[in-house]
Unconditional design. Structure first.
Length: 201
């Protein structure tokens, strides 16, 4: 397995290779995820929800966005939202993602025929953008719990399952002849054993 680092500027992967990359660390220039949750809170929940999230920012900043801070932002942004309402009303979010995509990371990702993206953001925020705009074959992200069609604002506790997809002409569990490139090392929330079984050489 070969690892590519954009910081070290190693050679670009070949067109017939499969790329596994972290969405936030590889493509987004912003170091903070808070603006995206503010957009979700305002667009889907209105002024009051976005105001509450805004007032919580000092606490999010204090505890950090990677763990507890992320859970706070997810809860305040998504609790009580209808699943269908958010999916049909989130047309603005892809536009903001596109504006924040860095050219270097985008170029490295686009040169591979097969792409698998991981994200610490909820799946409902990133899946449509990655598949529709970037042509990603599979998205590895956590789902949100729901009850009777309403989002509860908390992540599912179960490990992320790798979506079944064709990679380099093969399928899950099959041998792959071409090498795999990994940009960034964000695999905290992924069932790593299943991930590497999928790309077993």
């Amino acid at each position: 397995m070969r690892t590519i680092s954009l910081v070290q500027k190693k050679a670009k992967p070949g067109n017939n290779e499969t790329l596994v990359f972290n969405f936030e660390g590889t493509l987004l220039r912003s170091t903070s995820l808070f603006p995206y949750f503010m957009l979700v809170a305002f667009e889907a929940g209105g002024v009051l929800r976005s105001l509450i999230l805004f007032l919580s920012y000092p606490l999010v900043w204090l505890v950090g966005e990677d763990q507890l801070g992320l859970k706070i932002m997810v809860f305040l942004s998504f609790f009580g939202l209808r699943k269908d309402t958010f999916r049909t009303g989130s047309a603005v979010l892809p536009k903001f993602f596109l504006e924040d995509v860095g050219w270097e990371g985008f170029e490295a990702a686009m040169c591979c025929e097969k792409k698998v993206a991981s994200s610490k953001l909820p799946r409902v925020m990133v899946e449509n953008f990655l598949k529709d705009y970037l042509g990603v074959d599979a998205v590895i992200a956590r789902d949100l719990k729901s009850f009777k069609g309403f989002l509860l604002g908390v992540f599912e506790n179960k490990p992320i399952k790798i979506p079944s997809c064709k990679v380099n002409g093969g399928t899950k569990g099959s041998n792959i002849n071409n090498s795999i490139d990994i940009i960034d090392n964000h695999v905290e929330y992924i069932d790593q054993e299943e991930l590497f079984q999928l790309f077993k050489v």
